[in-house]
Design a protein around this ligand. Structure first.
Ligand code: ADP
Length: 550
């Protein structure tokens, strides 16, 4: 066979040749912007010329501080096809972490959305490698800011050539990079090669995976600054699917409106957004009927959410799992054809698992002794992965690479079970796992069961130290508005009895207003552990379960 390099250049070319009339829709700063793949292609080549004129050469890192919009999509292609590395900057990181990742990657140029200028300006004098800042707006003007000589994206594009000769690239050349959100320690960088991105696209499009196709109209709520929006912009461009970008600071109402107005067939994001859109759809304010599926990833989708979406809205939730180090898609939960006879409830339980390994990857799950665990749906072990879109190291970080990459496998740090059919269920991240009297307790399973209580909006279960059992679970529960003050800790504990093993029943239930979130919307359990440290010391002196605070 031909020694053919898999690069994003061919992905872009296909979109032009076959789909130049198809549309890209973007919620821009001053309204909805629409253009065709043909126009997108021309602007992307202009942008590649701009990069060249700015002195960007092969291997240089180019930062993007931007929302999900069409300009970001242009950067997604123009940077890698010209041989540079697209470094998406997580705009929700604290200033210290942003400074760290920009300096660690040695970004040469940063493209910034106009409304994020104050954030960049506040750290500008700490970024010695950054030579130029380009401001993205829907006008030629740059809003007043204290930056020295910022350039206007639209003005640069207007003056750039429309033809571009691609540099020779190897599929092993770096195309993009992303840092983990790092709730502890500094973020860790992962570099994606062209080959990894293209092979990941192929796998993501498969019917048993995200089942993407040309006729889809796809809205990625998952930010383009985090793991390439799960690879969706690359895959959709390849297929010529219509892309609908939600723009700056999208709220649940914006998402519902965009889905209804633009007949979105597939939307993707973390559970936080699907919890926020649910009441808007349930009340009939917006129409979700164009959706054939919602992809939920990044954090677990609860059984109750999956059930409600299916039964009340008629929208299936597809549960997918991955991480920054895995480009990211690894597991997807769809029932096998042999499972048609499962009851609806059994199907919901199955959908709440993270699912089956996608073709192209290998996994093993090992116990504390390093031996593979039985696939019995009960025994827990750590998920290890290898394959063509799994990272082999962290960028310029040999020490932390050693901990996570051993003997050709990525240690995910996720503690899972595997059932006899091969469905993987995440019990916990290893750092969140609760170890009580030598037994592992899955906080995710407990949360799932608690969220089935009709009064519960959401729940997070954390470990707190215990003198006798080492650790015990504490449940932090957010009640639905209508139930506030009407439900007691004991009601939650009674609800759990019979549904979870006795040892797993939390010693304590705390009603809180909201569960703290990380920069990408996941439960921030470290913050809860810090908050309830006091409760932990109370437990040291008491064996009896504590009652919830009023
Ligand atoms: P970060 O590590 O920066 O928080 P990642 O997106 O890389 O961000 O997070 C990956 C982790 O998110 C996984 O290791 C896993 O713990 C969790 N995760 C991802 N998808 C799911 C899912 N569907 N269900 C439960 N947890 C998930």
């Amino acid at each position: 066979m031909m020694a053919y390099d898999l690069t994003l250049q061919a992905v872009l070319e296909r979109a032009l040749r076959l789909y130049s009339k198809k549309e890209i829709i973007s919620r821009d700063f001053s309204g909805i912007f629409r253009y065709t793949y043909g126009d997108f292609y021309k602007r992307t080549l202009r942008l590649a010329n701009v990069l060249q004129d700015l002195g960007i050469t092969k291997g240089d890192r180019v930062g993007t501080l931007a929302w999900n919009n069409h300009r970001h999509l242009e950067l997604y292609f123009a940077i890698p096809i010209s041989g540079a590395v697209l470094h998406t900057l997580n705009l929700r990181l604290g200033p210290e972490q942003l400074v760290y990742i920009i300096n660690h990657a040695e970004d040469k140029v940063i493209f910034v959305d106009k409304d994020l200028l104050p954030l960049l300006q506040s750290i500008r004098d700490q970024l010695p490698t950054v030579e130029q800042i380009i401001v993205m707006s829907d006008t030629l003007e740059i809003p007043p800011c204290g930056l020295a000589n910022p350039l206007s994206y639209e003005a640069l594009l207007a003056g750039a050539r429309e033809t571009f000769s691609y540099p020779d690239l190897s599929e092993w050349d770096p195309a993009a990079m992303c840092y983990t959100t790092a709730t502890t320690g500094s973020p860790k960088g992962v570099v994606y090669t062209h080959r990894a991105l293209v092979l990941h696209c192929l796998a993501a499009c498969l019917p048993d995976c995200l089942n993407l196709h040309e006729a889809d109209r796809v809205l990625p709520f998952v930010p383009m600054f985090h793991v390439n929006a799960w690879g969706i912009p690359f895959a959709c461009t390849w297929l010529g699917a219509t892309q609908v970008f939600p723009g700056a600071r999208p709220q649940a109402e914006d998402i519902c409106r965009l889905i209804e107005d633009h007949k979105v067939t597939l939307a993707a994001g973390v559970p936080t957004i699907w919890m926020a859109t649910y009441p808007l759809w349930e009340s009939g304010k917006y129409d979700p009927s164009s959706l054939r599926e919602i992809v939920n990833g990044g954090s677990a989708a609860s059984v109750s959410m999956i059930r409600n979406y299916r039964e009340k809205l008629g929208v299936p939730i597809l549960h997918a799992y991955g991480m920054t180090e895995t480009t990211p898609v690894v597991l997807v939960s769809r029932p096998k054809s042999t499972m048609e006879n499962l009851s609806l409830e059994e199907k919901y339980q199955l959908s709440a698992k993270q699912g089956l390994l996608v073709p192209g990857l290998e996994m093993k799950v090992v116990g504390e002794d390093g031996r593979e665990i039985p696939w019995d749906g009960k025994t827990m072990g750590e998920l290890l992965l290898r394959g063509p879109w799994i990272a082999k190291e962290y960028y310029k970080d040999p020490v932390r690479s050693q901990d996570s990459f051993t003997e050709g496998w990525l240690r995910t740090g996720d503690i899972v079970t595997v059932d006899s059919e091969g469905y993987v269920g995440i019990a916990d991240r290893s750092k969140d796992l609760i170890k009580s009297g030598g037994e592992w307790i899955s906080s995710l399973d407990l949360e799932n069961t608690i969220m089935d209580h009709p009064a519960v909006l959401e729940a997070a279960v954390i470990a707190i130290p215990h003198p006798k059992w080492d650790e015990r679970p504490l449940a932090c529960v957010v009640l639905k508005q209508d139930y506030e003050g009407l439900v007691e800790a004991q009601d939650i504990l009674d609800f759990l009895r019979g549904k979870a093993p006795k040892l797993w029943i939390p010693d304590q239930v705390e009603f809180i207003e909201a569960i703290p979130r990380t920069s990408v919307g996941k439960f921030y359990k470290a913050a809860l552990r810090a908050r309830f440290a006091e409760a932990a010391s109370a437990l040291q002196t008491s064996e009896a379960p504590l009652r919830a605070k009023a």
